[in-house]
Design a protein around this ligand. Structure first.
Ligand code: GDP
Length: 397
């Protein structure tokens, strides 16, 4: 079996094992490295060619996607990563960082259970870091921290080891202050990030290396080594010794929740219906055998398939050919094709179950934020009433 076929099989298997899924986003102030990090994570996990990742050019799975860039236009990209002998499927959903896109940010946050907060080591926590982190915490999305552009502290600012540590401590304290202020009460103490347990990582998305305390212990790489590699212009070697994707994806798998764990506390927060109803229980339990419930996070325009809706499923299952119901606009629509993501490519499958991010074509009238279910089990109320100013306002009678 070829590499591509093997990856398809792997993803199809993993999407049915709910504790092996992580649905995550990246929160960052503009220019702090969100795009560089996502592309290099994909490349590191073997989902795009390594050489071209930095230039955001090519996907070795799908030539067409290459021309459009990778993470910028994708609604979702997925990666497979092995941690402690088990493989995991990581869905990275595009969360727009700009404050003007408040509605889009909220919708994307609705689809994820955890987030990597990226903070540039040179600039520190900035206003948009605070805005997007606040939105994540409001949606009960758990954070981990990546302090990026550490190469610049060493090579441009020429900080001493002590100054480096002070800079990191300040950023961690600033992020934790925000978490303590804005996290859901029950999680405040549990969600603060911590160097020792590995919920904080440091590195350079651009030069493709990262480090965390658990990784240092496991691989015997020290901070002194990091400084030496940077000063001696040997960051390529460092990227081999302490690969960005390994450190960051290990952190994601260890510290961010799987869908069944997250939906227990997230559903009561994002859905105002009766939690003891059949659909309420199915969503809280992430039950693939319950009634279908999902939310559209983004519409992607595809040359061949037309409008494709990226959806997070909270319960039930979507099968190819299913008749669906769009709650906001009160219309039925047929799921012509159902797909999951591999890298930024969509792979057609027979069905996708709760806890996953899928792509459905055929929902012509759907827009981001729309609630999807089956006509015989309508979700009432929907996840949100669709009245965002950035789009034509649809009045729900
Ligand atoms: P975004 O706006 O958050 O998506 O940020 P980008 O990923 O586009 O990065 C903004 C700029 O910072 C680009 O010029 C990147 O090449 C650069 N950059 C990103 N990460 C690093 C890093 O770790 N080190 C250095 N030196 N530059 C970086």
């Amino acid at each position: 079996m070829g590499r591509r076929a093997k990856m398809v099989e792997k993803i199809k298997k993993l999407m049915e094992i709910h504790d092996r899924i992580r649905n995550i986003g990246i929160c960052a102030h503009i220019d702090h490295g969100k795009t560089t990090l996502s592309d290099n994570l994909l490349a590191g996990a073997g989902m795009i060619s390594k050489e071209l990742a930095g230039e955001q050019l090519a996907l070795d799975f799908d030539e067409e996607e290459a021309a459009r860039g990778i993470t910028i236009y994708a609604a979702n990209v997925s990666m497979v990563h092995e941690y402690e002998g088990k493989e995991y499927l990581i869905n990275l959903i595009d969360t727009p960082g700009h404050v003007d896109f408040g509605g889009d940010v909220t919708r994307a946050m609705r689809a994820i259970d955890g987030t990597i907060v990226v903070v540039c080591a040179v600039e520190g926590v900035m206003p948009q870091t605070e805005t997007v982190l606040r939105q994540a915490l409001k949606e009960k999305v758990k954070p981990v921290l990546f302090i990026n552009k550490v190469d610049r502290l060493i090579n441009e600012l020429k900080l001493t080891p002590e100054e480096l540590m002070n800079r990191f401590t300040k950023i961690i304290n600033d992020v934790n202050k925000l978490i303590l202020k804005m996290a859901p009460e029950e999680f405040r103490d549990k969600w603060i990030v911590n160097v020792t347990d590995g919920s904080v990582a440091f590195g350079s998305a651009y030069y493709n290396w990262a480090i965390s305390v658990p990784f240092m212990k496991k691989k015997g790489v020290s901070f002194k080594d990091i400084i030496k590699y940077c000063e001696e212009d040997r960051q390529r070697e460092l990227a081999e010794k302490a690969p960005l994707h390994e450190v960051i994806l290990d952190m994601v798998i260890k510290h961010l929740p799987d869908p069944p764990t997250a939906q227990k506390y997230r559903i009561p927060n994002i859905w105002k219906g009766d939690l003891n109803s059949e659909i309420g229980k199915a969503m809280v339990n992430c039950d693939p055998d319950g009634p279908l419930a999902g939310i559209v996070t983004k519409i992607i325009m595809d040359k061949h398939a037309g409008a494709v809706a990226a959806c997070r499923l909270f319960s039930g299952r979507v099968k190819q050919g299913d008749e669906l119901y769009l709650v906001g606009i009160k219309q039925k629509a047929r799921a012509q094709q159902v797909a999951i993501f591999m890298g930024a490519e969509r792979i057609q499958v027979q069905s996708v179950s709760a806890g996953n991010i899928c792509a459905i074509s055929g929902l012509k009238e759907a827009s981001a934020g729309e609630t999807i279910c089956k006509p015989d089990c309508i979700i009432d109320p929907p996840f949100e009433s669709i009245t965002h100013v950035s789009e034509p306002v649809i009045t729900v009678a």
